[in-house]
Design a protein around this ligand. Structure first.
Ligand code: SF4
Length: 339
């Protein structure tokens, strides 16, 4: 009888190479902590491994998405990072977009090669008026533009989940934002579990699940790893990774920006914890990583980007991301692959 070989590797990157790259099994929480605490002189090696994992388990395509705010500001919730909360003294004022502007934005987004257009509203959850607006908007976009429609409208009831699925909404975004153990330090007006319930209903209704969060909100390295493993348990189709961009007037307005090396390490660690998930660069990366960081991230595990403006802060212009993908010879995922 042959005995199983005894593992002698103790180096986390050697372990990750065999476990994640070769076998497609994501890192667990303890292993993710080890990656997040690697010394900086191993960053390049880590990013290279994360890139290999992404290429092997996701392929070279990059998904491009545009987002638009249907209802901005005036939200009753108290998410401490958010300039759209009506509870803080931040400069974002409540505003609604009309349907023709929504359709026009979807057309402009489709022109960039994007396959996904996400309609976002700053609310706890949708009321009847918002659901009616979304229904009209989704129908108008589906009639006029070749693009998948996603929505991000906060917490949902089962009935609202069913309505969105019936409208043909392809993907639903609802972020858990941070580790369960850190969530009460970030939001007090609703719970992590309430968010989880919405995600479960979305999945059961057959929509794709998009769920990520924000790094750099005062969480410990262990909590960052906890968050990655909680996302792995959820198995979302997409994880948008944001880095805190401290907004004036919000409770997190004075937090330090995450150092670039830590942010890149986190990108790679999330890729190693979630080898098959679409990992998207979302907000805040400009101030954390600067221009160079976009390239390092896309060569370090990221395989999806947002074009154009973020919701309340300016992102990089669409062209610079699209040029970068061309330069790196990474094809933009085509619409027929997503249908
Ligand atoms: S629920 Fe959304 S829009 Fe409202 S405060 Fe929280 S993050 Fe901001």
């Amino acid at each position: 009888m042959t005995q199983a070989p005894v593992r002698t590797d103790t180096d986390i990157l050697a372990i990750a190479r065999e476990q994640v790259l070769d076998r497609g099994v994501g890192l667990d929480k303890q292993q993710t902590v080890q990656v997040l605490t690697l010394p900086e002189d191993r960053l390049e090696e880590l990013l290279a491994l994360a890139h290999e994992v992404r290429m092997k388990w996701c392929g070279p395509e990059v998904e491009v998405e545009g987002i638009i705010s249907l209802k901005t500001g005036g939200c009753p919730e108290d998410c401490h990072f958010c300039s759209q909360s009506g509870l803080f003294q931040s400069p974002v004022r409540a505003a609604w977009l009309d349907i023709p502007s929504l359709v026009e934005a979807a057309k402009q987004t489709a022109k960039t090669g994007a396959t996904e257009f996400c309609i976002v509203a700053a609310v706890r959850g949708p009321d009847e008026r918002l659901m009616a607006q979304v229904a009209a908007g989704v129908e108008a976009i589906r009639n006029e533009v070749d693009i998948q429609v996603a929505c991000s409208l906060g917490m949902l009831t089962q009935d609202q989940v069913d309505q969105l699925a019936a409208m043909g909404v392809h993907r639903y975004n609802h972020n858990l934002e941070t580790a369960k153990s850190h969530f009460p330090n970030v939001v007090t007006t609703h719970s992590w579990e309430e968010r989880w319930d919405t995600l479960r209903m979305v999945r059961e209704a057959g929509m794709e699940v998009c769920c990520g969060g924000i790094l750099g909100m005062g969480e410990t390295v262990e909590q960052r790893a906890e968050f990655a493993s909680q996302l792995a348990e959820l198995e979302p189709d997409e994880v948008p990774l944001n880095f805190l961009n401290p907004r004036p007037g919000t409770p997190f307005g004075d937090l330090e920006v995450l150092p670039a090396a830590e942010a890149l390490k986190a990108v790679a660690a999330f890729r190693l914890a979630l080898p098959r998930t679409m990992l998207r660069f979302a907000g805040g990366r400009e101030i954390t990583l600067g221009d160079l960081g976009a390239k390092q991230g896309i060569l370090g595990g990221i395989n999806a980007v947002i074009v154009g403006n973020y919701l309340t802060t300016l992102g990089r212009p669409a062209e610079s991301d699209l040029d970068l993908l061309g330069e790196l010879k990474m094809p933009i995922k085509a619409l027929n692959e997503t249908l």
